[in-house]
Design a protein. Structure first.
Lengths: 442, 442
């Protein structure tokens, strides 16, 4: 052990975002998500976050409080050249370290302006002011350098607010200065994705397993996130050895696979359209999608995947009955007899697009997204999804929770999932199941 | 004046979100955005926000600091029944007010469980504990009631964390308790949207106008948000009179319309697909979209708008050359001679879908979204967009910034905008313009 020569290891951090514009509703502080992710990877956990406006007394109070309890305090923003950029002054006041102009920084800023044929405005001199003892972190993309200041056993890291400038600086600081001091081992993550269960169903079944995971030398923590017809489990484990972490996460993923079977569609972070794409590629198949109420969402998701032109040739959005008949060959008698939102029509749409696109598997989606168009018989949120191949014909009627955008998102996700199940061969003649909570019947 | 009988008016607030799960990267604290929006409407501004984990000392420190400087402190979360739900205890400690069990709350919680045929677990008793002097805000959707506590001239508002429970409670509290005490007049907003200018172009031109807006009795503040091929200006004005605020925002919007002409496509918060939909509806026209690289994004956006079945009948995603030929009737010689990503093919796609969909206006989009498929001649990000009607034929070649998802988003937005300009009659023979910064040539 080198003992006193080695700086103390960092385990906890706080993040302070500075700027009145961040306190107005449409703005999100996404910098702190990025920083948290990078810190977590190196085993540094975030203990608290704050957003403060451009008021010096608030900024000083928040930085002082953070420094009092946490080893690493990251302050984002407030390093610009104007009067309301207060981070340098606040840090100087909190630490009692005088600001001094650094000529090297000043020259760099002057050169940035000169390169654009401009003279540096006098206010930009502020950006060359550095608290005594701070290291300067160069900024290749803007005028504000970052600052690294060690103070009474704590570290203060000051970063510029624009994400394009902040991100590369964070990458560099993490690799060069934080990684060597991360004491707790790196954090390793795994994302699992489930379709066909509600959050409470997943929770009820998995909770006893989670509680076993947190016992033992490499505890696994879990965060659950839900979106329409999808439950995501974010597993993480802190370990010095990547191999051990990998093995632990692999075992945890296997536990979930055992609980959820084919409902667990991704154990490696892939999204549903990637999983479906891979199944198509494995078989050398093409897919055709005929969408009515989803209006192109399914096609949009499938083609978001690089290389999807290998298995997508033609998809159709057939909103009108006329297009269902003329483009997909749905018999007008079927439309008239059963209505556009019906199981025979969904199957005929799937068959039609399969034929028109010369694809081996077809999806047909027809439903009532709202806000108008519902009836007693077929209320808003009713969606019929058919998937057909040369050998399999599956059709399901769903009732999704209200709201046009939500109905469309549920329908797109469930349609892709039904295609996945048909491709896997697990969905040949499954009985209807009512999914409580979501109103999903499948 | 009723003087001392009237409680002090509220002008500033702080929001504290409680929960270790909010400090893990994928989670966003969206509650605070919702609360901020509602408070702002009543002229209450948010001075700072904090997120703290489930540590009692951190929570106490943050609540104590917020109470010391701000009149209204809203704490979200930490009201559940388990040991790591610490908000009640922390508030009791900070204010010195003892927690007492309220039998009314306890009965309500017991009834909630009984309604599901279950017995209340003993731990849920915690949720019936109330600091002395606090008013209980009933929660119809969960077991944790909200609490309103006036303490030494400040207000502490405690809300449950789940958004579904928090939101209706906020609406009620804002209407019943905060609106009468909002002293600064309500905040009125207006969102303007621009396509065809970069953020810096907008800023350069508009900055002198912004600075005039902040002078005078009703200053207008501006926040700028950008997304692919769109700049949003969020204007807000604080005024006691809705009519005065409306007139001020109307004048400000007119200033911008004067600066940006047809590039300013929305002055009332509508998104581009709504504006295009309205133009189609006004003319009684249908639109047909033939997408290659955008893969359904344009169709998905157009059909997101309620009632879009009035003007959308059939859209096609033609990824393969074969589909471009067989579905849209693009001559194979054109595809072979010019390549799929070319101006003649984009125009033929627009004409083809217009004919197949029996629409009055057609859009054809073909491009190279990447990551593969680029060449020296047609690098990644090259997208050709054609829009045709019986009378007008417009085609443009663009080079969008790299990244598959970004290229597709840029292309979808610009295609909808080009259709808008053709519908308005402002885009008949406009010269190509290179948009610096984005690499957009149009």
């Amino acid at each position: 052990m080198t003992g006193a020569l080695r700086p103390p290891s960092l385990r906890w951090a706080e993040i302070v975002a500075v700027g009145s514009e961040l306190l107005v509703p449409p703005r999100l502080d996404t910098n702190s998500l990025f920083i948290t992710e990078r810190l977590n990877e190196y085993g540094i956990e975030v203990r608290a976050k704050a957003i403060v406006g451009d008021r010096r007394e608030d900024l000083e109070a928040v930085v002082r409080a953070a420094l009092a309890r946490t080893e690493l305090v990251v302050v984002c923003g407030g390093l610009g050249p104007t009067d309301d950029d207060l981070t340098r002054d606040a840090v100087s006041a909190v630490t009692g370290r005088t600001l001094r102009e650094q000529s090297g920084i000043l020259d760099g800023i002057r050169q940035r302006f000169a390169a654009r044929g401009a003279r540096m405005p006098e206010i930009n001199r502020r950006q060359a002011m550095v608290p005594e003892g701070a290291d300067v972190i160069p900024n290749g993309l803007g005028t504000a350098p970052g600052l690294w200041l060690e103070h009474e056993g704590r570290v203060l890291l000051l970063l510029p607010g624009p994400p394009a400038e902040l991100k590369p600086m964070v990458e560099r600081v993490v690799a060069e200065r934080l990684a060597p001091r991360a004491g707790g081992g790196r954090l390793h993550r795994r994302v699992l994705r489930i379709c066909g269960r509600t959050e409470s169903e997943v929770d009820e079944r998995a909770a006893p397993v989670y509680s076993r995971w947190v016992i033992g030398p490499l505890p696994v923590s879990t965060t659950v996130l839900t979106s329409p017809a999808q439950v995501e489990l974010h597993l993480s484990v802190r370990a010095a050895s990547a191999a051990e972490a990998h093995a632990r996460l692999e075992a945890a993923a296997a536990d979930m696979a055992c609980l959820f079977g084919a409902d667990l569609f991704s154990m490696d972070g892939r999204v549903l359209e990637e999983v479906v794409g891979q199944l198509l590629r494995d078989r050398g198949w093409h897919i055709g999608v005929a969408e009515s109420c989803t209006g192109g969402l399914i096609s949009g998701r499938l083609t978001e995947v690089p290389g999807s032109s290998d298995y997508v040739g033609f998809n159709a959005v057939c909103y009108s009955n006329q297009a269902k008949a003329s483009v997909l060959g749905v018999p007008p008698a079927l439309l008239a007899g059963h209505g556009a939102v019906s199981e025979p029509v969904a199957l005929a749409m799937a068959d039609g697009i399969r034929q028109r696109a010369a694809a081996e598997i077809g999806i047909g989606v027809t439903g009532i997204a709202g806000p108008a168009g519902g009836s007693d018989d077929k209320p808003l949120g009713t969606v019929v999804i058919g998937v057909t191949t040369a050998d399999v014909r599956v059709v399901r009627t769903y009732r999704f929770p209200a709201g046009r955008a939500r109905v469309r998102q549920f329908a797109a996700q469930i349609a892709l999932d039904l295609a996945r199940r048909v491709l896997l061969g697990v969905e040949a003649g499954r009985a209807f199941v009512f999914m409580p909570g979501t109103g999903v019947r499948r």
